[in-house]
Write a protein that binds this ligand. Structure first.
Ligand code: THU
Length: 136
């Protein structure tokens, strides 16, 4: 199925609306596309104890997985900065669990007209996966 990158970018921008960021004031939105064409939005959710904070990307993935989704084709990520926002290492690892690194697309949204796309493998070379566990 062809990915509508502009639509996914717009969804990521809209997802920022519910960001809960009383500490950093740094809003992030993500929009995750399933193989079946459904879009799950996610925002970052912070916590007074700081470390329980959940990134927008993981919110989107966990929402989708908790609804029974297991197959994904792309995620768009948008922040409030006037630059591309790359996913953190923890989110890249969580994506590794459910997405094919060779084909899964990470779309960075600077504006709806300025997008940058990478495969998961390009942003997370040598990422750890269940395949490693099978090597013992
Ligand atoms: N954050 C995300 O939601 N996604 C990223 O890719 C980078 C960081 C959030 C976590 C925290 O709420 C805020 O941005 C500042 O680190």
């Amino acid at each position: 199925m062809e990915i509508d990158r502009t639509l996914l970018a717009r969804e990521a921008v809209l997802a920022k609306e519910h960001a809960y960021v009383p500490y950093s004031h740094f809003r992030v939105g993500a929009a995750l596309l399933t193989a079946g064409g459904v879009i799950y939005r996610g925002c970052n959710i912070e916590n007074a104890a700081y470390s329980p904070t959940n990134c927008a990307e993981r919110t989107a993935i966990f929402k989708a997985v908790s609804e029974g989704e297991r197959s994904f084709t792309a995620i768009a990520i948008a922040g409030d900065t006037h630059d591309y926002l790359y996913p953190c290492g923890v989110c890249r690892q969580v994506l590794m669990e459910f997405c094919d690194p060779k084909t899964f697309e990470i779309i960075l949204v600077k504006s709806e007209q300025e997008l940058r796309s990478f495969t998961l493998e390009a942003l997370y070379p040598g990422g750890f996966s269940a395949e490693e566990l099978r090597k013992i």
